[in-house]
Design a protein around this ligand. Sequence first.
Ligand SMILES: NC(=O)c1ccc[n+]([C@@H]2O[C@H](COP(=O)([O-])OP(=O)(O)OC[C@H]3O[C@@H](n4cnc5c(N)ncnc54)[C@H](O)[C@@H]3O)[C@@H](O)[C@H]2O)c1
Length: 249
Amino acid sequence: MKCAIVTGAARGIGLATARQLLADGWKVALVDRDAEALETDAAVLGENARTFLCDVSDSDQIDRMISSVLEWTGRIDGLVNNAGVADFGPIEETNFDRWRTVMETNLDGVFLCSQAAAPALRESGGAIVNIASISGLRASTLRVAYGTSKAAVIQLTKQQAAELGEFNVRANCVCPGPVRTKLAMAVHSQEIIDAYHDAIPLNRYGSEQEIANVIAFLCSEKASYVTGQVIAVDGGFESTGVGLPALRA
Ligand SMILES: NC(=O)c1ccc[n+]([C@@H]2O[C@H](COP(=O)([O-])OP(=O)(O)OC[C@H]3O[C@@H](n4cnc5c(N)ncnc54)[C@H](O)[C@@H]3O)[C@@H](O)[C@H]2O)c1
C-alpha cells in the first residue's frame, strides 16, 4: 500500500487532502505541530492513518518524523508539503522575526521535508506536491513575507523537478486561491472577502475539497508524466489579468 505524508494535516486543506488520499487507498501520515488537533484526527480516520507530531521548521524533528513513518510503512510514495502560516503586514512593520517566522515554515519546511524524504521517494519513484498560493504568483500589498515565501516555493518545486526527475521523482506545485480555513479567516476581513468574490471569475472562495482533489491527482499515477508544473486552483483568479469587476457585463 502506498504511503503519503501530508504536513499541516490537522485541519484545513491538509486534513481534506489526508481524507482524500485515504479514500483513494493510500496510507497517510498526518504531520502537524498542533498535538491537540492531531489527536482528534487520529480518533476518527481509521487504521491507515497515523499522526506524527512534528514542527516542519525543525530539521531534527523532521528526521525523527521520517524515520517513524518509515518504521510504520517502510516506504514513502507521496509528500504533500502543505504546512503554512500567514502573516500580513506592511513592509516597514514586517520585522525580521515576523519574516523568519513565515519563512521557516513556508519555505524552510518545504526544503527540509523534501530533502529528508528524498531517499525514500527515490526508492519508490514517488511524488512531491508543494502548496504555494496565488500570493506566490501575483504580488499584493501586505504580503512581503507570505508572498515571497510562496514565490520561492514555486521556484523550489521547479528545482526539485529538474533534479529529481532522473530518479523518477515528480515535483509539482498547487497554488490555491482563497479558501475559508482558519489561516485565511485570520487575515481576510469582510472587505477582503467581498473583493475576492469580485475579482474571481467563479465569484466565490474554493473549498478545501476542491484543492485536495488536485493535490491527490498530482500524487497519483494519473499524473505520471506531470512534473515541474504550477497549477492554480483559484476559480480563474490568476488567469484574468485585467479582469476588472467594472468591465463585467
Ligand atoms: N486558506 C487559503 O485561503 C489558502 C490560500 C492559498 C494558500 N494556502 C496555503 O495552503 C496551506 C494550508 O493552509 P490552510 O488554509 O489549510 O491553513 P490552516 O491554518 O487551516 O492549516 C495549516 C496547518 O498547518 C499547521 N502548521 C503550521 N505551521 C506548522 C509547522 N511549522 N509545522 C507543522 N505544522 C504546521 C497548523 O498547525 C495547521 O494545522 C498553507 O501552506 C497555506 O499557505 C491557503
